[in-house]
Write a protein that binds this ligand. Structure first.
Ligand code: COA
Length: 182
């Protein structure tokens, strides 16, 4: 799949590239990102370099995932990542994922970026149902999903494998094209 850049008001979404390794590394030291996402722990600079040089391009090339960095439109500062994973375009399905750097929180980054990716997924990729999944208890992630218009549908028991090898329940929600106001 060809990469794209999405302009969304205060923010620009584009795939991360090699120059982004430093801020991704700094952001992923954050305990909340390590607690609630699947980033490696401890998170080393090599992990960020591998992410921006290999993971991002391989994801786009495979057509199974579409990861974006989120940047301040004026300064170019890196603020977070948002993207589609588990894409199954013939079925019209994709899942959204996000994290926001500690220095950029509570400014609407996750909500605005999620909505921008959703509009792109519905309009350009023909996605018919966007899924959101988060470990039960991740109230920040749930608040973002609800702000963006997702309907929380319930709990999936033992859906998530945790870092210590045990299982955790997940909240699941969905956003449909008809949920978005034009
Ligand atoms: C959850 C996270 C993505 C939120 O990013 P953000 O850019 O700060 O979110 P927004 O600014 O768009 O927040 C929108 C609303 O969600 C709510 N919200 C955001 N973070 C919250 C938190 N930690 N706890 C409770 N509510 C929260 C607020 O109501 C907020 O609106 P307000 O600031 O006007 O009150 C960010 O804290 C993060 O990266 N957490 C760690 C990684 C993670 O959990 N990723 C999701 C994995 S499923």
């Amino acid at each position: 799949m060809d990469t794209v850049e999405i302009a969304s008001g205060r923010f620009v979404l584009r795939p991360c590239r090699d120059v982004d390794a430093d801020w991704v590394y700094r952001a992923c030291q954050d305990p909340a990102i390590q607690r609630w996402t699947r980033v490696p722990t401890p998170y080393r600079l090599d992990d960020a370099v591998g992410y921006v040089t290999e993971h991002v391009s391989q994801s786009w090339a495979s057509g199974r995932a579409a990861p974006f960095g989120v940047f301040d439109a004026l300064s170019g500062e890196g603020l977070g990542t948002v993207g589609l994973v588990s894409m199954d375009l013939p079925e019209g399905l994709a899942e959204v994922g996000y994290w926001v750097a500690p220095w950029a929180r509570r400014r609407g980054v996750a909500t605005v970026a999620t909505l921008a990716v959703a509009r792109w997924a519905f309009g350009e990729l023909g996605v018919k149902r966007l899924t959101w999944l988060a470990e039960v208890g991740n109230t920040g992630s749930r608040a973002v999903a609800e702000h963006a218009g997702f309907t929380v549908e319930g709990v999936l028991r033992d859906r998530i494998r945790t870092r210590d090898g045990s299982r955790a329940d997940a909240w699941i929600g969905s956003l449909l094209p008809s949920d978005l106001k034009s």
